[in-house]
Design a protein around this ligand. Structure first.
Ligand code: UD1
Length: 335
């Protein structure tokens, strides 16, 4: 059994990826400092898969602890999720974001170099494209200056990895996620936002559940079909599976370059109002919402061209927006 390190393996995307890895026959070792996750997620992973992954509570900013981990574990690949991800918080605390997202990446890559490990999957984001000039967005679209320190850490992270591939014999794939939503079909794992959700879907489900009074729709004067902003919402289980496909590409040496980038989205753009309508339909609830002004830093439209991932990774989404919204709702009802 191949042993894979998953950093941030108790988080939203990390936990779903651990489940898929275990179901695909990999041995998983998780590092997570529980900053934005809960230890109970480990029990849920065991309940879903029947397998207990190894778990270490390590803060990746602790260089010595990271060194010790690599001394004591023989692994064949790393999937690196652990990072801070709140855009607004990153604007207030940029240094925290550079430390959490960049220092930790450097420590990991140094250890991989030291131990001659070469297979690395990185959580990147479609935020690197900013407002792309052409839609759907291909991997060749130029990256735009980041709108936030968070977005900048994804761009810098990709650069650091690319240069490590050139110099250190690393093989890596950066997956540029569009908007991950949903939860596992068992409703045992899902998204656990800290405090008031900043992202659309957790705000929608919390509003429908009566935790929030009203959803604010940020802007209806965008040049889109109904005036609200358009995004590519991808079911987290589909997204998790893209990591398995990317990992296998590296393990089988099927990669064409040492550093590769793939968009991970559905290829379909949905407006905020379309999401609300779809949610009301699948949840059979009426959502309380009002239109307010635009949110600073938001772009008009982003959805993926998924051709490259289809052709090269042999991966495409299987689930619909309705399925993702229903899963998010069932998860909310369980909380
Ligand atoms: C946001 C981040 C992005 C990050 C991603 C992680 C910003 C500007 N971008 O993407 O960098 O990678 O989360 O998941 O924060 N909306 C509402 N009302 C709400 C919340 C959201 O109308 O209460 C709208 C937004 O204006 C947007 C859409 O819903 O049009 C999606 O928003 P969100 O879920 O926050 O994702 P992004 O902004 O696309």
């Amino acid at each position: 059994m191949k042993k894979i390190l998953v950093t941030g393996g108790l988080g939203f995307i990390g936990s779903h990826t651990v489940v898929e890895l275990q179901q695909a026959g990999y041995e998983v070792v998780i590092i997570d400092n529980l900053y934005n996750s809960k230890i109970e997620v480990l029990e849920s992973i065991i309940a879903i898969t029947g397998v207990k992954p190894s778990y270490s509570n390590i803060d990746l900013r602790n260089k010595i602890a990271v060194e010790d981990f690599f001394k004591n574990n023989t692994i064949e690949g790393v999937i690196h999720f652990a990072a801070s991800k709140a855009v607004g918080e990153s604007v207030k605390h940029p240094l925290l974001y550079y430390e959490n997202n960049i220092s930790t990446l450097v420590y990991l890559l140094k250890e991989m170099k030291k131990h001659k490990l070469s297979n690395f999957i990185f959580s990147s984001s479609c935020t690197v494209y900013g407002q792309a000039d052409e839609l759907p967005i291909t991997e060749n679209a130029p990256t735009k200056p980041a709108e936030s320190p968070y977005g900048n850490t994804k761009q810098i992270g990709e650069e650091i990895i690319k240069e490590s591939c050139k110099a250190n014999g690393l093989k890596a794939i950066a997956l540029r996620y569009f908007n991950p939503i949903g939860a596992h079909e068992t409703a045992l794992i899902g998204e656990l936002p800290l405090g008031v959700p900043q992202n659309l879907i957790p705000f929608v489900t919390q509003t429908a559940a009566g935790i929030r009074e009203e959803l604010s729709v940020f802007g209806d004067d965008y040049p889109t079909k109904d005036g609200t902003a358009v995004r590519d919402y991808i079911h987290v289980v589909d997204l998790a599976k893209a990591h398995i496909a990317a990992l296998e590409r590296l393990l089988k040496n099927n990669n064409k370059k040492d550093f590769e980038v793939f968009n991970v989205g559905t290829g379909t753009g949905s407006s905020v109002l379309e999401v609300i309508q779809a949610f009301e339909k699948v949840s059979k609830t009426k959502l309380n919402y009002k239109i307010v002004g635009r949110r600073a830093g938001d772009i008009t439209s982003a959805y993926a061209d998924t051709t490259l991932a289809k052709v090269e990774l042999g991966w495409e989404t299987e689930k619909t927006l309705d399925e993702a919204l229903l899963a998010a709702w069932q998860w909310q009802l369980k909380q």
